[in-house]
Design a protein. Structure first.
Length: 262
């Protein structure tokens, strides 16, 4: 992998981590188009680097909310911030089970362009339903809703099924307010990403194999575009314009599906 390819992949990761179009699916499509191929150790190193960049971009964009939660977390009395953190913990249960027991199977069994294409079509369908649904809007996410949104995040490990798109659409269909569910969707992913990175390091899979310059270039590209995409997506969800992403996912899904058979 050269520096230009690393920058392209970093930009794709930064944009698609927050936009409801599936980062894993787009990275798989980009690798196929660019012809980039890394050994498993190098691929994991690069992947963890890009994910670290998007985690940092989330922290930068939502730092006020994160700081408020951290301050409230250490209060002696149970408060709103502690309840919010507990809801994030509840949402982590399904993805934790999948990550520990089934992640390797999912990556081996479903890494094909056909799966990416079909799952992008599923993402388009979910976003369309969320756009046209008009449930009663709730100002706070319940523990029940947090767990159901967590289930949708666990299902979204399938390549092509957008994590942000799936969790935001699920939250909207459950009747949660647009800005509330968008913020919860971006905050709830931080612990699973960090936990997955820690598991990979503990297993000894994390190592070298990628030159420093492409690694740094990919990180910077993912961080900068991640900051922009996170801010943009929060505003898009508030305005209720998810239907445009549904149309995009449908088109890319059809192209990827047809490409598998051609």
């Amino acid at each position: 992998m050269d520096t230009i390819q690393a920058i392209i992949l970093g930009i794709i990761q930064g944009l698609t981590e927050f936009l409801p179009v599936s980062s894993s699916g787009h990275l798989q499509l980009a690798n196929a188009l660019l012809g980039t191929s890394l050994d498993p150790e190098s691929d994991l190193t690069f992947s963890l680097t890009l994910h670290a960049a998007t985690v940092l971009s989330t922290i930068v964009v939502l730092w006020r909310e994160i700081w408020r939660l951290l301050r409230g977390l250490f209060s002696k009395h149970f408060n709103e911030e502690q309840a919010y953190v507990l809801k994030i913990v509840v949402s982590m249960i399904p993805i934790g089970i999948v990550g520990i027991f089934f992640m390797d199977y999912v990556e081996q069994a479903f890494s094909s362009l056909l799966v990416v294409g079909v799952m992008l079509l599923v993402t388009a369908t979910l976003l369309t339903f969320a756009y046209y649904a008009r449930p009663r809007e709730k100002s706070a996410i319940s523990y029940r809703d947090a767990f159901i949104i967590g289930l949708s995040q666990a299902v979204a490990v399938l390549p092509g099924l957008s994590r942000s798109g799936t969790t935001i659409a699920t939250g909207l269909l459950l009747g949660n307010r647009k800005d509330v569910v968008a913020q919860f969707s971006f905050l709830m992913v931080l612990p699973p990403i960090l936990g997955n990175a820690l598991l990979d390091v503990v297993k000894g899979d994390f190592g070298g194999g990628v030159e420093l310059l492409p690694l740094v270039a990919g990180f910077v590209a993912a961080f900068v575009t991640g900051c922009l995409a996170c801010r943009f997506m929060l505003e898009i969800v508030r305005r209720g314009k998810l239907i445009w992403f549904a149309a995009y996912c449908a088109v890319v899904g059809i192209v990827a599906t047809v490409s598998y058979f051609v």
